[in-house]
Design a protein around this ligand. Structure first.
Ligand code: F6P
Length: 342
């Protein structure tokens, strides 16, 4: 078979480990030809591809980012986009496509699947917000980077008697904030799933300082939202999939906390640092297992599926289950984190 592969949407650590696994088993064991499309769906639209071989994936396991490049391109945004995709695949004699992406990229794959394209999806995002899989690779690396940063911010917060606000990515879900806040011993965690009241936050910080603490750490997910009418937030630009660009809540919070409590506050927005660099061992293993499962599914002729992690097993689920709805932080987990607030 000639098998196409692409990485779409925000990059994350572990993408190259999937690419390596697909090529090592797909070409190495099954003898298929693997064709990589550059820059996500854009490469398919513009027929930009590169043949992948065992040599081109050597040394990729620890490497962050994606050697194929990526973009936030939605072929269904343009009239004949889907048609263009199908003609490229036909012209390149592609028998099946392995699509590595988050909800947007896999959403396109699902639509193309129902238009007859043979697709297998691999879930990736640092946000961990894809349904039908317990975890996506990239998430654990982002959590580790955020936790290391929170550990460091403890010492400077303590030295200066300050409140440190740490803003983390995660789009409309609070997985990164909740996990890194819990692992880093944060005193406050703000997530989209639990709208917050800035007055309550400031009361909590004041009580904490009255009980003898001279510093505090507050972790805020970029998508955290204040309760109606309690605090204004600016909104950002919209991307090709209709997503608002997030970011900036950390600075707003630090200003409000300083103004209302009198405690000196500073903000650290970790931003794209959370997506950069080498994947953790856990993410390398998950990504590799996902890659192997994806090429096995193609080889066995099973399409319209997404590989997923259920407990410790890698399984195949209908791709629509992965993109049906956003996976948000469950109340039980947040309750556990709240035990340690203030
Ligand atoms: O989906 C991954 C993610 O990093 C989100 O956490 C964040 O909101 C968004 O992508 C940032 O997108 P971009 O890299 O296009 O600014």
């Amino acid at each position: 078979m000639r098998i196409g592969m692409l990485t779409g949407g925000g990059d994350c650590p572990g993408l190259n480990a999937v690419i390596r696994a697909v090529v090592r088993k797909g070409e190495g064991e099954y003898g298929h030809t693997i064709v990589g499309y550059r820059h996500g769906w854009r490469g398919v639209l513009e027929a930009q591809s590169v043949d992948l071989s065992e040599n081109s994936v050597r040394g990729l396991l620890p490497r962050g980012g994606t050697i194929l490049g990526t973009s936030r391109t939605n072929p269904y945004k343009t009239n004949d986009g889907a048609q263009k995709v199908m003609s490229t695949l036909k012209r390149d004699r592609i028998d099946a496509l392995i699509v590595i992406g988050g909800e947007d990229t896999l959403g396109v794959a699902q639509r193309l699947g129902s238009d007859g394209v043979r697709v297998v999806g691999v879930p990736k995002t640092i946000d961990n917000d894809l349904s039908a899989t317990d975890f996506t690779f990239g998430f654990h690396t982002a959590v580790q980077i955020a936790t290391d940063a929170i550990d460091r911010l403890h010492t400077t917060a303590e030295s200066h008697d300050r409140v440190m606000v740490v803003e983390v990515m995660g789009r409309h879900a609070g997985w990164i904030a909740t996990y890194s806040g819990l692992a880093g011993g944060a005193d406050i965690i703000l997530i989209p799933e639990e709208p917050f009241d800035i007055e309550e936050i400031c009361d909590r910080l004041t009580h904490r300082h009255q009980r003898g603490a001279n510093f505090s750490i507050a972790v805020a997910a970029e998508g955290a939202v204040p309760k109606e009418g309690t605090m204004e937030l600016q909104t950002g630009e919209i991307d090709e999939f209709g997503h608002v660009r997030l970011g900036g809540i950390g600075a707003r919070l630090a200003d409000e906390i300083e103004r209302r409590t009198g405690f000196e506050a500073r903000v650290t927005a970790l931003g794209h640092v959370l997506r950069g660099g080498t994947p953790t061992a856990y993410d390398r293993v998950i990504a590799t297992r996902f890659g192997v499962e994806a090429i096995d599914a193609v080889h066995e002729g099973e399409f319209g599926v997404m590989v997923a992690l259920h407990g410790t097993n890698v399984v195949r689920v209908p791709i629509e289950d992965g993109v049906a709805q956003l996976k948000t932080v469950d109340g039980r987990l947040f309750e556990t984190a709240a035990v340690f607030f203030g």
